[in-house]
Ligand binder design. Structure first.
Ligand SMILES: NC(=O)c1ccc[n+]([C@@H]2O[C@H](COP(=O)([O-])OP(=O)(O)OC[C@H]3O[C@@H](n4cnc5c(N)ncnc54)[C@H](OP(=O)(O)O)[C@@H]3O)[C@@H](O)[C@H]2O)c1
Length: 246
C-alpha cells in the first residue's frame, strides 16, 4: 500500500520536539506540505526546518503558543498565506506537570488544562474556518490513555486528555456535515522529554503491555500517515488506542 501525501497541507502543533517532530519528518518524506509549530524550543525547530528544507521546499515554521488566540491566528494566517489551504490539523502540543492533588498548585492545574485542552479548542475553532470553506478537512487530536483510565499524580493531565476526548466526539458531530473528520488518538508509551525523567513509568508501561512497546512510535507514525491519506475517508468521531495495554 502506498501512502500518497503529496500536496496535502498538514499542520502539527508542538512539532519542535518529540512525537510532533517525528510526525513532521514522516510527512516531509511523503512530500507533504508541512507547517512546523513551536513555542519555546526555537533552536530545535530551526534545526528541524533546516534539515527538511534541503529536500522539501514546502515547509514553514511558525512560533505560536497554542494557549494564545492571537498566536493561533498567526499560525493560521501564515499557513494560508503560504499554502492557501489546510488538509490536516494535528493537535499534538502537550505538557504534563505532575503533583498529588494536595500539593498541586493552581498554576500547575491551569497551565496543563490551558495547553492540552484550551489549545485544542483554539486551534480547532480557527482552522475549521478554512476547512468549512473547503468542505474538506481532517482534525486529529492527540489525547492519552490517561484520559480514559486516569493516573495518580496526574489529575490535571488526565482531566485535560479526557476533555480532549469529549471535545473530539462533540466536534465530530458538529463538523461532519462539512465533510470534516475529527478523531482522537491515544498513543502507547513513547520515551520523549515529556516522560524520560520518570524511568518507572516506562517499566510500568512495559509490564502493562501485551507485546513489546519498542515499536510504539513507529506504529503511531504509520497510523497517523494512514489517517492523513486518502486511504481513510469515512472515519470520524473515533478514539483510537494505538497501544497494547492489558
Ligand atoms: N510520549 C508519550 O508517551 C505520550 C503518550 C500519550 C500521549 N502523548 C501526547 O503526545 C503529545 C506529544 O507529546 P511528546 O511526548 O512528544 O512531548 P514532548 O517531547 O515534551 O513535546 C511536546 C511538544 O509540545 C510543544 N508545546 C508545549 N507547550 C506548547 C505551547 N504552549 N504551544 C505550542 N507548543 C507547545 C513543545 O514545543 P516547545 O518546546 O517549542 O514549546 C513540544 O514540541 C502530547 O499531547 C502528549 O500529551 C504522549
Amino acid at each position: 500500500m502506498t501512502i500518497d501525501l503529496a500536496d496535502k497541507v498538514i499542520v502539527v502543533t508542538g512539532s519542535s520536539r518529540g512525537i510532533g517532530s517525528k510526525l513532521i519528518k514522516a510527512f516531509s518524506e511523503e512530500n507533504a506540505k508541512i507547517v512546523i509549530n513551536y513555542n519555546s524550543s526555537e533552536a530545535e525547530a530551526e534545526t528541524l526546518y533546516n534539515k527538511l528544507i534541503q529536500y522539501n521546499p514546502n515547509c514553514i515554521k511558525v512560533k505560536a503558543d497554542v494557549t494564545s488566540m492571537d498566536d493561533i491566528k498567526k499560525l493560521y494566517n501564515e499557513t494560508i498565506l503560504k499554502f492557501g489551504k489546510v488538509d490536516v490539523l494535528i493537535n499534538n502540543a502537550g505538557i504534563c506537570d505532575d503533583n498529588l492533588i494536595q500539593a498541586m498548585s493552581d498554576e500547575q492545574w491551569n497551565r496543563v488544562i490551558d495547553v492540552n485542552l484550551t489549545g485544542v479548542y483554539l486551534s480547532c475553532k480557527t482552522f475549521s474556518q478554512i476547512m468549512i470553506q473547503q468542505n474538506f478537512g481532517k482534525i486529529i487530536n492527540i489525547a492519552s490513555l490517561k484520559g480514559q483510565e486516569g493516573c495518580e499524580g496526574q489529575t490535571n493531565y488526565s482531566a485535560s486528555k479526557a476533555g480532549v476526548i469529549g471535545f473530539t466526539l462533540a466536534l465530530a458531530k458538529e463538523l461532519g456535515r462539512h465533510n470534516i473528520s475529527v478523531n482522537a488518538i491515544c498513543p502507547g508509551f513513547i520515551v520523549t522529554d515529556l516522560n524520560r525523567h520518570y524511568k518507572e513509568k516506562k517499566k510500568l508501561a512495559e509490564r502493562r503491555s501485551l507485546v513489546s512497546i519498542e515499536h510504539n512510535l513507529d506504529d503511531l507514525i504509520n497510523f497517523v500517515l494512514y489517517m492523513c491519506s486518502d486511504k481513510m475517508r469515512s472515519v470520524s468521531g473515533q478514539v483510537f488506542n494505538v497501544d497494547s495495554r492489558k
